[in-house]
Structures are given as C-alpha cells and as structure tokens.
Write a protein that binds this ligand. Structure first.
Ligand code: NAD
Length: 261
C-alpha cells in the first residue's frame, strides 16, 4: 500500500509529471511538487490536490540546472517530511533541437544538467533514507530517445541514453535492499505540444483531428496513437507497487510499437 508514502516528482507543474503526481496522490501518497510555473497556477495545483485527495501536497521550487539547488531541495523536504522521500520520480526535462555542429554549448550543459546530473544528485542524496527504511522506488522518466536516436537532438538523446545507464547501475547497487530503480521510455505522449502540432496539420490539410493525428504519428508509432498521460501515471503506480518488487534495472518502452520496428 502506498498510503502516506512521500513522493517527489520533478517537473510536476506540467505535463507527464503533473499526471504522475495525481496518480500517486490518488493512491494515498503525500506529494512534493516542483518545477517552474506562475504562482497562481502552482496554488491552483496545490488546492486541487488538497480538495481531491486526503494527502499532503507541498511545493518546493528548484532550478535543476544548478546542483546546489538540488541539494538544497532535498534538505528542504525534511522540513515537511522528516522521514524523507520514499518515491522519487525524475521527470523534469526540456528539448533543444539543432545540428550537432551548431549545437550551443550552454544548451548542451543545461540539458545534461536537468536530464542527467539532477537525477544523479537526487538519487545520491535521497538513497541513504531509502536504504534506512529498507524501501524505495526510483522511477526515471527517460524516453524512446534513451534507446533510439533522432537527428538534431544530440544533448537530449545523449542524456536520455545516460539515464538508462544510470538506472542500471543504481539497480545493481540497490539490489536486495528493498529499493528498485527503473526507467520508463515513452514514445510520443498526448501533451499540448503534440496536440498543437496535430491541429496545425489538420488545418493545413483539411483533415479531421483523428486523421491528422494518425498521419502525424504514422512515421513513429505503428499504433498511430499517442501515449496517454493517464496511462503513464497508471504505469508508474504499478512500478511503485509491491507487485513490482522484482522489477528493477529495467528500461521499459511505452511507445505504440516504435522500437519493435
Ligand atoms: P513539460 O514541458 O510539460 O514539463 C516539463 C517539466 O519540467 C515542467 O514542470 C518544467 O517546469 C520542468 N522543468 C524544465 N526545466 C526545468 C529546470 N531547469 N528546473 C526545474 N524544472 C524544470 O514536459 P513533458 O512533455 O511532460 O515531459 C516530461 C518528461 O518526459 C521529460 O523528461 C521529457 O523528456 C519526457 N518525455 C516526454 C515525451 C513527450 O512526448 N511529451 C516523450 C518522451 C519523454
């Protein structure tokens, strides 16, 4: 049972992270929200959690490009939850697209910091508490780009492959400690960014939304469907459940068949 377990979900002010936070709260977890966002939007998220679930929801800000902020954030968690984090979901991320010859150094640094160094630092600083409690769940939201490449995404693909490797090392080091560590590798997820691109295609080619979605996704997902945020949230709940005690070190694709090709 995940009742009153403390879950820290990075990048939970939006998209997949917000969905995963809802999923865990629904199962009775207390949730720490973090990520960028307007004050009123963050307040609305906190209010919604309070209203919907009988769980505690706290917001702790941190810019994950900065190592010192990750470490400070882990210390701040103890002000609200002295026992520390039970479930860590490393999800925060962004993208920068550019050919490798002109890929800006600062974008490379920032992407590697948020997608790879911040998860490393969260794991490093949170694992001692998990070991002490003999229970923990580390879930890294990687991407199909953790196991496949696309052009013009040098930093993103390198960082996502990196977190798949980090996942395996942490799984080996924590094996038989009650802690598991896994990576989830989604294909295209049904987020506003995808929906906007599909609508643009639909308008341009006078297609229905569903036709445009199928056409847009056909090059990647044999299923021609995107992954639902709720579907990912349910999957994270399973990975965090007692039934997943022996699921560790895995990189699990949820991609409509993309990587089966
Ligand atoms: P999103 O843009 O909706 O949310 C990203 C979150 O990360 C936000 O809360 C944002 O504030 C936070 N964030 C970004 N930079 C940060 C920083 N420097 N410090 C602190 N927080 C920061 O994105 P999403 O689509 O929900 O993606 C979430 C994760 O899923 C990412 O790691 C992404 O690579 C991965 N992913 C997304 C898709 C997709 O199709 N959307 C597919 C595969 C993997």
């Amino acid at each position: 049972c995940m009742d009153k377990k403390v879950a820290l979900v990075t990048g939970s002010t939006s998209g997949i992270g917000l969905g995963v936070a809802h999923g865990l709260a629904q199962k009775g977890c207390n949730v720490i929200i973090t990520g960028f966002g307007e004050e009123d939007v963050i307040k609305a998220i906190k209010d919604e959690f309070k209203e919907k679930y009988q769980s505690q929801c706290e917001y702790i800000p941190a810019d994950l490009t900065r190592a010192s902020e990750v470490e400070r954030m882990v210390r701040d968690v103890k002000d609200f939850f002295p026992g520390g984090v039970d479930i860590l979901v490393n999800n925060a991320g962004f993208q920068h697209v550019s050919p490798v010859e002109s890929f800006p150094n600062d974008k490379w640094e920032a992407l590697l910091s948020v997608l790879l160094t911040a998860p490393f630092l969260f794991i490093k600083n949170i694992l001692p508490d998990m070991r002490a409690k003999k229970w923990g769940r580390i879930v890294n939201i990687a991407s199909v780009h953790g196991v496949r490449a696309s052009p013009n995404k040098a930093a993103y693909v390198a960082a996502k492959h990196g977190i798949v490797g980090l996942t395996k090392v942490v799984a080996l080091e924590t094996a038989s400690s009650g802690v598991t560590c896994n990576a989830i590798c989604p294909g295209f997820v049904d987020t506003p960014i995808l929906q906007g691109q599909v609508q643009t295609l639909a308008d341009k080619e006078s297609l229905s939304y569903q036709e445009a979605k199928g056409k847009f996704l056909a090059a990647y997902h044999p299923s021609r469907e995107a992954v639902g945020i709720n579907e990912l949230a349910e999957f994270v709940n399973f990975v965090c459940s007692e039934n997943a005690n022996q699921l560790t070190g895995a990189s699990i694709v949820v991609d409509g068949g993309w990587t089966a090709k």
